[in-house]
Design a protein around this ligand. Structure first.
Ligand code: PDD
Length: 281
């Protein structure tokens, strides 16, 4: 695989970053995941805008290649022959000469920029999307700025592991009795034809797929309600699903052991997935 590190395209085995990189030592970095379908980047502009916002919120310098990111994404897709898959991009505050809690002087330390591709043939035709996934609920103990897409992913990873141990696929995070989001996706329920999802705030990541899916839903005259919901309400909903750049619209058929609706993929999630894939291609 050819990857991109600080201005260079390299074989992945030759790519190196410093052990003093603040991404490595302090999770002082932000990232984006953009999907590729039919060799085309999906929602690139949205991901770039959110990256810029994440950098701003953390007072992090833009990498010098910022204006060339579209071209770099395209070149990596081409060099690696990606038809379906993802591009991962990470910017960290760079590698000062030593470990220090104080941010390094931006005049002396440049941000580290890393991009790599993930080849995922069959992403759009995923068997999981036919069957739906099962989730457990766990307490949301992440920090208070989940709107910033940082690389602090330890708790989301632990959540996935807890789900796996319970024989499930993912976890929904719950704060003050209400679902915030999934470990790496936004969460939705459907009741009486209404699509219900938590409103945007610092409590959740402002999903790029969420924005697109809600736009398509409204264009298709489906009713969207942005409000919080409990696990109990979700268990009694007609349908549930999640969205993310890596799963598009993914139906959820079980929450904490309770089947949602008929326990199978419902019509709203199915339709939204089809619309999303059609519109994106
Ligand atoms: N995750 N919420 C969280 C906590 C996420 O990590 C993600 C994305 C989303 C969905 O955002 P988007 O639609 O922009 O992908 C919501 C990515 C895919 C990841 O970590 O791999």
């Amino acid at each position: 695989r050819t990857v991109f590190v600080n201005g260079e395209y390299l074989p992945e085995t030759d790519a190196k970053i410093s052990i003093f990189d603040r991404g490595f030592l302090m999770a002082d970095g932000v990232y984006e995941v953009t999907s590729v379908l039919g060799g085309k980047l999906i929602d690139f502009d949205g991901h770039l805008k959110r990256l810029e916002r994440s950098l701003n919120e953390l007072d992090m310098e833009k990498p010098s290649e910022f204006d060339d990111l579209l071209e770099i994404h395209r070149k990596l897709v081409e060099l690696n022959g990606i038809e379906e898959g993802m591009i991962y991009l990470q910017v960290t505050r760079g590698a000062p000469g030593d470990r220090d809690f104080v941010f390094p002087d931006p005049a002396e330390t440049r941000p580290t920029l890393v991009l790599f591709t993930q080849n995922k043939p069959g992403l759009a035709d995923s068997p999981a999307a036919q069957k739906g996934i099962k989730v457990i609920s766990i307490e949301d103990i992440r920090w208070g700025r989940r709107d910033i897409k940082t690389v602090q992913l330890l708790y989301p990873s632990m959540g996935k592991m807890m789900a796996k141990k319970a024989g499930c696929d993912d976890a929904w995070l719950v704060e003050e009795g209400k679902v915030t989001e999934g470990t790496s996706n936004n969460a939705y329920i459907v009741k009486d034809g209404k699509i219900i999802t938590r409103a945007l705030s610092n409590d959740i990541l402002h999903g790029i797929t969420r924005a697109a899916v809600l736009r398509f839903a409204r264009e298709a005259q489906m009713e969207v309600v942005e409000r919080s919901f409990t696990i109990e309400e979700a268990q009694q909903a007609d349908e549930a699903f999640v969205t993310s750049a890596s799963t598009f619209v993914m139906p959820v058929v079980e929450i904490d052991g309770a089947e949602i609706g008929e326990g199978a993929v419902g019509p709203v999630a199915k339709r939204l997935r089809e619309i999303y894939l059609d519109e994106s291609l």
